[in-house]
Ligand binder design. Sequence first.
Ligand SMILES: NC(=O)C1=CN([C@@H]2O[C@H](COP(=O)(O)OP(=O)(O)OC[C@H]3O[C@@H](n4cnc5c(N)ncnc54)[C@H](O)[C@@H]3O)[C@@H](O)[C@H]2O)C=CC1
Ligand SMILES: O=C(O)[C@@H]1CCC=N1
Length: 254
Amino acid sequence: MNILMVGAGSMSESLVRGWIDSGIAPESITMTNRADRKRLSELANEHGVQIIEEESIESFDIVVLAMQPEGVLEYVKRHEWTNQLLVSVAAHITPDEIEQISGCGAVCAMPNTPVAFRTGMTGLWFGHQVAMEQKQLATELFLRVGEVVETDETTMPFLMAAAGCSPAFFYEIVGAMTPVLTEAGFEAQQARRIIAQAMKGSAELLLQDARPTDALIDDVAAPNGPTDRGVQVLRTHELKKIMRAALSESAREA
Ligand SMILES: NC(=O)C1=CN([C@@H]2O[C@H](COP(=O)(O)OP(=O)(O)OC[C@H]3O[C@@H](n4cnc5c(N)ncnc54)[C@H](O)[C@@H]3O)[C@@H](O)[C@H]2O)C=CC1
Ligand SMILES: O=C(O)[C@@H]1CCC=N1
């Protein structure tokens, strides 16, 4: 299976890192990038992947379109497609648009950067021309680097907001919490570790324990205790409203 990654930005590198860690041979992955050849060479040195300047599409089984969304359809138009599986990771592109131009099966995937550590969450939206074995192939590819959920036109934007974009929301929260710890005397890296480990543990609990989040909060918060008082601050500042607005804004096609 030969994979071409078009675009060598952060999403592309995260996928490559995760796929290689999952056992995919680096030699079967080729990367190309429109700008920044130096970055491409660094990726070849770091991961052992192939790099090229001008690609011949017919040598690849899977072509991952990992450039910014505005370049995707133009790239598909510029090339001759035979029987490749096209996988776009771009926001707000539909499989039908790609299939109409290429005549090949297309999958719109929405991964997130944690795929680099095989803890990703990827939404897959299959086009009408995707054959059963291609569905299986795409699903297996993304299962190598985390969990997969099937999406469609309606759910994809919200999957994107909640899984593709949300790592940035979590980093924003960590960024807001860290100074409180450093002001108390922790080193910045130690503060970050404390918060990240608490987040990781809470995520594990959420995955293992199906009770509603209010019940999980009750496990932590004694009435009028420190947690309860902290949660009240979040509620007074209407965190739920803020999170709803952030997710809706990310899901919206600008
Ligand atoms: N960064 C993230 O967490 C996620 C990104 N995505 C999607 O992944 C895509 C890439 O995002 P990033 O990696 O963050 O962007 P990026 O800006 O870091 O990387 C995009 C790369 O594609 C290259 N490029 C653009 N047009 C090209 C072309 N025609 N041929 C070859 N290379 C080309 C650019 O030079 C750049 O290096 C976007 O469409 C985005 O919507 C999806 C999920 C999560
Ligand atoms: O914000 C972006 O452009 C991409 C789409 C999903 C996550 N990052």
